[in-house]
Design a protein. Structure first.
Length: 355
């Protein structure tokens, strides 16, 4: 028989009632903050100027790219630095379609998503041969080589001069020329990407990815095809990055190799690091990065990169303390310290072994 890891034992009614009332309020408070943020995001074009709306649209694009990175770094435990490569693949796919006269937004989004997924699936066997720092450097090499190819392949990509595109259009609204219309389009794309990501995280694949982050050798010993499952997760992350590329072209009407360079990869990794393992926090991290770099950077006389550096250091030194606080709150709320491998994954495999 294959040994199983049982699900956490149910807590008694007395233990549940022993949880402090303020701890039981935390989930509802988080949902309230999320609902307020969504309402504020939808209403932003009515309460802010065009420049702020354009910055918000940029933050939305970075948020989807941060979700792509978070799926690998925070969920699967794969420190990827290369999602900017699939971001660029999706963006150039969208730009080429737009220059060919295909400006329909949903079509561009679907094509860019498929292009990012295919690019990720092709490179996954190479990338997933490594782990840890070696994987980080391999993904960095993928990003660098892709950006270099975009810079050198002048006939297709326009080289360093990039490609200008016509505005994105929707079947009913027509061409989206106003900043508010483009912002609402990319915001809708963000909500769609968030819904798809939530479904993935609640699926068997999401459980397996978390299990790999917790103890990959154990999952392999239990009979899981770990490489294939990680490749599937890597492909999903590439699809999200490709979708973000389509959104970037919709916002900027332009794409160049600089949009998939080291700076983009670094700020995306920072946004995912701020997320500390959750998609909602990764979206908030993307907003914080754009605010520090562009909004407050402009207010401080062009010191956006200095503010980003301070944000990097803050995240690096504050994350251990944040994790400690979260762990203490879980303990006070009745956490049981069960290992990170989801019981559903272990239990399914164990059931297969008994059959």
């Amino acid at each position: 028989m294959i040994p199983t890891v049982c699900a956490p034992p149910a807590r008694s009614a007395a233990a549940m009632t022993a949880v402090p009332l303020r701890l039981r309020w935390y989930p509802y408070a988080g949902k309230g903050v999320l609902a307020a943020a969504m309402a504020g995001g939808i209403a932003l074009p009515w309460i802010a100027d065009a420049y702020t709306v354009s910055l918000a649209a940029t933050a939305v694009v970075l948020a989807v790219l941060a979700m792509s990175t978070q799926l690998l770094v925070g969920v699967a435990g794969l420190p990827s630095f290369g999602q900017a490569a699939y971001f660029g693949v999706g963006a150039y796919t969208t730009a080429l379609l737009a220059r060919a006269g295909i400006t329909d937004g949903p079509v561009q989004l679907l094509a860019a998503t498929l292009a990012g997924a295919v690019a990720a699936a092709v490179t996954a066997p190479l990338v997933l041969r490594t782990r840890g720092t070696a994987l980080l450097m391999t993904t960095f090499a993928v990003q660098s080589l892709t950006a270099t190819a975009a810079s050198q392949w002048t006939a297709l990509t326009g080289g360093d001069d990039g490609l200008h595109t016509p505005p994105v259009s929707l079947p009913v609204a027509g061409a989206l020329t106003r900043a508010a219309a483009v912002y609402w389009w990319v915001l809708g794309c963000l909500l769609l990407a968030g819904a798809v990501t939530a479904l993935v995280l609640r699926s068997r694949l999401g459980l397996v990815l978390r299990g790999c982050a917790g103890h990959e050798p154990r999952l392999a010993a239990l009979g899981h095809p770990v490489q294939a499952e990680l490749a599937a997760g890597y492909t999903v992350a590439g699809a999200l990055a490709g979708a973000a590329g389509a959104m970037l072209v919709a916002v900027n009407r332009y794409i160049s190799p600089a949009d998939m360079g080291f700076d983009v990869a670094a700020v995306t990794f920072l946004a995912a690091a701020i997320g500390a393992g959750t998609m909602t926090a990764a979206v908030a991290g993307a907003a914080a990065v754009v605010a520090a770099r562009d909004l407050f950077g402009g207010m401080t006389g062009g010191h956006g990169h200095a503010l980003l550096g301070a944000l990097f250091l803050t995240v690096a030194y504050a994350r251990p303390a944040v994790r400690s606080v979260v762990a203490r709150r879980r303990d006070r709320a009745g956490g049981d310290g069960i290992p990170a491998i989801p019981a559903a994954v272990d239990g399914d495999v164990a059931a297969e072994g008994r059959s």
